[in-house]
Write a protein that binds this ligand. Structure first.
Ligand code: P6P
Length: 361
């Protein structure tokens, strides 16, 4: 199944969601929740688009740098984007609670508002270190169902594997503002028509080519990588004279939304592996509101997503801000990277056994 670019789209996000509800793909409340998140992303797009003119560049917290639970300096736009999403989602009645990269713990919907059955997780502005240099950034979101405890959801109720997501998406604030969404029936791209203020369907059923010649990794971490990652990237760099038999190109925007959008659009592999700098934390990228939503989008587009040793969507979370190594993109390339890890992790004796015609002692 190939992707279907929609030239002059007359299908708005609203129409797409109504048709998805009519097809039984989503519940009415989930349709309304996605519309709320999309409206919040439009507000964030306006704030990001003002740049220096909006007085929202630079670090948050005035003189005292404001540090989030990740230990990262918050940008003014991180805080503003988080507030926009919190406010937009407080009163709708679709959610039981929200969790954000920018907040230590999940936040229940206030008692004076009606609660719904969904849990929303988001990275309000991923890649925000790029904002001050005018490089694309984005909002990443994931939707889970709240176990039947709407009255008192806690962090623990969010700890569901990625296969439990009922919707996932991102909004990339680049040359155009695009919302990329899955509700479990393909991955679809919508472009914001600023003249009418609506997201319009521009690619139905995005498809990631199974093969690629392009990888995305921060090469400056090479000396800190595990052995299988060193071997894997070393063979990519060896090109057509090496074991892979073809030359590769490299791209690294250092904004996950931008790198993943490129991969969803033309293929590639994105890798943020374990390295000795972040191994103690489990990795660099966060499972619940970065890796899982991106992995669902990629799998729904025919790609693969892994920790290098396990399907990403099957990781059982142990913490709201848990970090994981991430390999995602063109299916055959992700599987190649996994083979390097399997080869490294399989004891030599077992490998000899598997490779030999006769049993070895
Ligand atoms: P590095 C942005 O801070 C982010 O979380 C992702 O968007 C991006 O892929 C990664 O970190 C970049 O990390 O180490 O290259 O700055």
């Amino acid at each position: 199944m190939s992707s279907s670019p929609v030239a002059s789209s007359s299908v708005s996000l609203t129409r797409f969601l109504i048709e998805s509800e009519r097809a039984g793909h989503i519940e009415p409340d989930l349709r309304l929740l996605i519309e709320v998140v999309a409206r919040a992303c439009k507000s964030i797009s306006i704030a990001v688009g003002k740049g220096a003119l909006g007085g929202v560049l630079g670090d948050a917290g005035g003189g005292e740098a404001s540090i989030n639970i990740q230990g990262e300096a918050q940008k003014k736009l991180d805080v503003l984007s988080n507030e926009i999403l919190l406010e937009a989602n407080a009163w709708g009645g679709h959610l039981a609670a929200l969790a954000s990269e920018e907040m230590d713990h999940a936040v229940r919907i206030p008692d004076h508002y009606p609660r719904g059955r969904y849990l929303l997780l988001f990275d309000p502005l991923d890649g925000s270190s790029n904002i001050d240099v005018n490089i694309s950034v984005g909002t990443i979101f994931s939707v889970l169902c709240c176990p039947d405890c709407i009255e008192g959801p806690t962090d623990a109720d969010f700890l569901q594997p990625g296969t439990s997501q009922v919707a996932a998406g991102y909004c990339t604030y680049g040359p155009s503002t695009m919302l990329v969404l899955t509700v479990g029936h393909g991955t679809h791209a919508f472009t914001l028509d600023r003249e009418i203020g609506s997201f319009m369907l521009t690619t139905r059923n995005m498809r990631i080519p199974e093969e690629t010649k392009e990888f995305a990794v921060n090469m400056s971490n090479q000396r800190f990588w595990e052995a299988p990652m060193q071997a894997y990237v070393g063979d990519l760099l060896a090109g057509k004279d090496g074991p892979r038999g073809k030359d590769f190109n490299m791209r690294w925007v250092a904004s996950m939304v931008a790198d993943v959008h490129r991969i969803l659009t033309r293929g590639g592999i994105f890798a943020y592996p374990l390295d000795s700098k972040c191994a103690s934390k489990g990795g660099k990228l966060r499972l619940m509101y970065e890796a899982n939503p991106m992995s669902l989008l990629v799998e729904q587009a025919g790609g693969a997503a892994s920790t290098g040793r396990q399907r990403m969507l099957e990781v059982q979370p142990t913490g709201l801000h848990q970090r994981v190594p991430v390999f995602l993109g063109s299916r055959n390339e992700v599987e190649a990277a996994e083979r390097y890890h399997l080869e490294h992790d399989t004891p030599q004796r077992e490998r000899a056994y598997e490779g030999s015609a006769v049993n070895v002692a």
